[in-house]
Design a protein around this ligand. Structure first.
Ligand code: PGA
Length: 267
C-alpha cells in the first residue's frame, strides 16, 4: 500500500511553549501509528523550530519550516537560509503556501528558486499549489495548476523527484472563509497534478505524494482520504489541537483500511 501523509502548518499561531506541548501531545497520542505506513509532519513558526527539534524525535513527527530564502547567505535582511534550518535539524521546507503567494505576492519564479535551493540543500520540499476562485470561475483551474507545477519545478531533475511533495490547496478552500473542495473535485484535480508530474519527471513522478489541503475537518477527512489520487491530508485549523488532530488521523486511517479491505475482497 502507498504511504499516507498527515501534516499541519501552524501558521503564525503557537509560541515556543505551546508548540512544544502540542508536539509532545501529538507524539503521545500517535504512538501506535506505524511510521512506515504513515508519515506525520508539523510546520511550526520559525521561533519555535529549534525548541521543537529538541523536544521530539523526527522519526515520529517530521518538522518543517514555513518558508526559506533561495540563497544560502547574503544581504537578505529578514530571510532564513537553508543552512540555518539545517543547523537546527529541520528536514522539510514548505514553499509557496497560498498565504505567501497571495498576501506576500510571491511568484512562481521565486518559488522555483526556493525549490531548487531546498533540493540542493537536501530538504524535502513541500510545494503548495492551488487555483483561485476566479481561476475556477473562468474554467482555467487545470491550466493554472499545470503552470504552477511546470514553473515551480523547473530545473528539478528526475532523480530529485523523491525530495518533492505537493500540497494541492485551492485558494478558495483555505482558512476561516474557505469552503472545502468536495472529494470528487479534489480527486479530479489530484489526477491533473499526477498526470503533470508524470510528464515532468517520467515514472519518477509516480511516487511524489500529493496531499489535499483547504478546510479539511473531521467531517470531510474520511471521504477525502479514500480518493484514489489523494495521498494525504494537509490540515490547518482542525489540526491545531493535538488530540483532535490525532482523532482525525486515526478516524481517516480506519476508514481507509475498511475501504481497502472491502475493495480487496471484491476483486
Ligand atoms: P485550513 O488551512 O485547514 O485552516 O483551511 C489549510 C492551509 O492553509 O494549509
Amino acid at each position: 500500500m502507498k504511504k499516507i501523509y498527515f501534516g499541519t502548518n501552524l501558521k503564525m499561531y503557537k509560541n515556543i511553549q505551546q508548540t512544544v506541548d502540542y508536539l509532545k501531545t501529538l507524539v503521545t497520542e500517535t504512538v501506535k501509528l506505524d511510521r512506515k505506513e504513515y508519515e506525520l509532519f508539523v510546520i511550526p513558526s520559525y521561533t519555535a523550530l529549534s525548541s521543537a527539534a529538541e523536544s521530539i524525535s523526527q522519526k515520529q513527527v517530521i518538522l518543517g519550516a514555513q518558508n526559506m530564502a533561495w540563497e544560502e547567505e547574503g544581504q537578505f535582511t529578514g530571510e532564513i537560509s537553508p543552512k540555518m534550518l539545517e543547523e537546527i535539524g529541520i528536514k522539510l521546507v514548505m514553499i509557496g503556501h497560498s498565504e505567501r503567494r497571495h498576501i506576500f505576492h510571491e511568484t512562481d519564479d521565486e518559488e522555483n528558486k526556493k525549490v531548487i535551493c531546498g533540493i540542493k540543500n537536501e530538504f524535502v520540499v513541500l510545494l503548495c499549489i492551488g487555483e483561485t476562485d476566479k481561476d475556477k470561475m473562468d474554467g482555467v483551474s487545470n491550466e493554472v495548476l499545470r503552470s504552477q507545477l511546470i514553473r515551480g519545478l523547473k530545473g528539478v531533475k528526475k532523480e530529485d523527484a523523491r525530495k518533492i511533495w505537493i500540497a494541492y490547496e485551492p485558494v478558495w478552500a483555505i482558512g476561516v472563509n474557505g469552503k472545502p473542495a468536495t472529494e470528487e473535485y479534489a480527486n479530479s484535480k489530484h489526477k491533473v497534478i499526477r498526470e503533470c508530474l508524470l510528464e515532468i519527471f517520467g515514472k519518477e513522478g509516480e511516487d511524489v505524494p500529493i496531499l489535499y489541503g483547504g478546510s479539511v475537518n473531521p467531517q470531510n477527512a474520511n471521504s477525502l482520504i479514500i480518493q484514489p489520487y489523494i495521498d494525504g491530508l494537509f490540515v490547518g485549523r482542525s489540526a491545531w489541537n493535538a488530540k483532535k488532530f490525532a482523532q482525525l488521523i486515526f478516524s481517516s486511517i480506519d476508514k481507509l483500511e475498511d475501504f481497502h479491505s472491502v475493495n480487496d475482497e471484491s476483486r
